[in-house]
Write a protein that binds this ligand. Sequence first.
Ligand code: FUB
Length: 370
Amino acid sequence: MANHLKYSILFLCTLAISSCDNTDLPSASSIAREESRETPAPLPARHFKDQALVSHIYTADPSAHVFEGKLFIYPSHDIDTQSAPGAEGQHYNMEDYHVFSLETVGGAVTDHGPALHLGEVPWASKQMWAPDAAEKDGTYYLYFPAKDQHGLFRIGVATASKPQGPFKPLNEPIAGSYSIDPAVFKDDDGSYYLYLGGIRGGQLQHWQTGQYSAENSYPKDKSPTLLPRMAQLAEDMVSLAHPLTTIPILDENGNLINFGDKARMFFEAPWLHKFQGRYYLSWSTGEGHTIQYATADKPYGPFTWRGTILEPVLGWTTHHSIVKFQEKWFLLYHDTQLSGGIDHLRNIKMTELQHKQDGSIETIDAYLAD
Ligand code: FUB
């Protein structure tokens, strides 16, 4: 038996003994399916630095914002699935969103219940992946990726009068949108920008020219990698002020980062935050399993690579957000601690993030030192 599976079973036994109230625990068959997937090298059972924010359902991809003085979290809601794992991410077959809130760090986490279900979205067919939210003039906007009736990811919007929803979806996705992982950044002048993108299952490789191509191809290792996209949101918050544009990410020599640079290349999960007047773009490297970041003077970039925010966590994916709450900065992220390493059954966590004097970010390890 592989170490990875042994560790999964051990961890599940521990959960059972401690009478955890997790209602979505995986079946033995899902663990077996997981065993056949390509996973990172087995990790030793070290102690986790942070504990899951909630354990009654599986959650992932936490986007966090402060609304009405509370920290609101908009994660994916992971579910066990009959879809076999595959390169297209078909086993991430989520169907709804729950919104969570905290009044204080370390305090009770409120699950506000179902906020939007796939069946309510006229244009969507499946896979409600990582969402984000924004507020403007008392209306709350939930931005979410889902596959349309042709199997293409689009970004939808749903609105509510409260940060926790329930959200009412628009009949159509955002015109000109594609791929996954929307993140909305509000600048100090009141402008809103939508960042997005994810390769492989996230389909960004099909939009290399800005137009859809059925060809499923990637750059050569020594060519610039695929870049995340962004656009300013129009005043109505549900359309783009201009077509999506690429965001240059440069290395320390001023060259675009190459596709072969697996430790730094953009894979998915773009997030934008601003610290001391500087724009910080952070992203998941996918196969590199880290969160990297770059900085710029403008929301459009070009961004220059600066370093690693988060070292690999337990599980294949890594996805985060960065938010200032009650005078401190926090990294929201996920791992697969509760499911014992099952990639599509994740749990959200939160940890403090430090900007150093020179504006760089201290690298976070999700494990305690041995
Ligand atoms: O949750 C589904 C997908 O997994 C997200 O959209 C990606 O960022 C990855 O976390």
